[in-house]
Design a protein around this ligand. Structure first.
Ligand code: GUN
Length: 281
């Protein structure tokens, strides 16, 4: 069984990006810039944002974090986004989720200029991805996609099962696999026989947030299994896949932690650089 080392893959990707930033700097005499807006003081969000800032600086990007208290007015945030939209030193804008209840998430997402939407959450990017056009792609599914391609570069005709239909993971993951000519089944909480669906799959991507849902006898021999879940349980952090059982069957499997997680941030940096490059054309 191949244990997919997301930490290593992310470090390799960051190294490629660092070189690319250095080349862009020579060519354009400036570097791509990422601005993150963080509202409130939720501990996980603070940690994510700190890691994003650290990684951005590591590859040579300009990185800025704008912090607001929980009580900030929606209007203040929307006006700041508009200002960043017009700032040519800002290539990518990310507003860390979740947001306080009084702020309309969709309004925030739709205020970000689609060409600076490094999360790929803007309806314009969602639509472009599903139409097969160039777009920003949400960072976590993009990371999963890159890990799958490392194991199996040719996905033509493979049967993929995506467990979970969220806008953040399941739906964009489906689009990426479709683009690679997979036959994709998207499953969710109302799916009649999830085990039977998974047993058909050459590739399983589990992104439902249910601890250890995917069991050993759900997985065909030699399947590639990508675990997006991060669930806090009494036993500590576990994924959506029962690691021990599935590792006996799968051809390749991501661990939790150390699988998909590190790729997510590296892909955010990639998206920022891609937004910069598109803006220079
Ligand atoms: N919060 C948790 N994951 C994400 C993400 O991918 N993007 C944003 N903006 N917020 C998040």
């Amino acid at each position: 069984m191949i244990l997919i080392d997301g930490k290593k893959a992310a470090a390799e990707l960051r190294e490629e990006l660092r070189q690319e930033v250095s080349e862009l700097k020579s060519k354009y005499s400036k570097v791509p810039g990422l601005t993150v807006i963080l509202i409130g003081d939720l501990a996980p969000s603070q940690i994510y944002v700190r890691n994003k800032e650290k990684s951005a600086k590591e590859v040579g990007l300009k990185s800025e974090v704008i912090k607001y208290p929980d009580s900030v007015q929606e209007k203040t945030v929307l006006e700041k986004i508009q200002e960043l939209n017009g700032d040519e030193n800002v290539s990518g804008i990310l507003v860390q989720l979740p947001l306080p209840k009084h702020i309309d998430k969709q309004k925030v997402i739709e205020t970000i200029d689609p060409s600076k939407d490094v999360d790929g959450f803007h309806p314009m990017n969602v639509g472009n991805l599903s139409s097969g056009y160039e777009s920003s792609v949400p960072c976590t599914p993009l990371g999963c996609y890159l890990l799958i391609k490392k194991i199996e570069p040719n996905l033509n005709g493979k049967k993929a099962v995506v467990v979970g239909r969220s806008n953040l993971n399941g739906k964009p993951m489906t689009q990426l696999l479709l683009k690679e000519n997979c036959t994709v089944t998207i499953t969710h909480s109302k799916t009649k026989d999830l085990k039977a669906e998974c047993l058909e799959a050459d590739i399983i991507v589990a992104a439902v947030g249910i601890p250890e849902l995917v069991r050993g006898d759900w997985v065909k021999k030699d399947a590639i299994v990508i675990d997006v879940g991060i669930n806090k349980t009494d036993k500590g952090l576990v994924g959506d896949v029962h690691f021990e059982e599935v590792s006996k069957n799968a051809k390749a499997l991501t661990p939790v932690p150390g699988g998909v997680g590190p790729m997510t941030i590296a892909c955010l940096l990639k998206n920022t650089i891609d937004c910069f490059k598109r803006s220079q054309i």
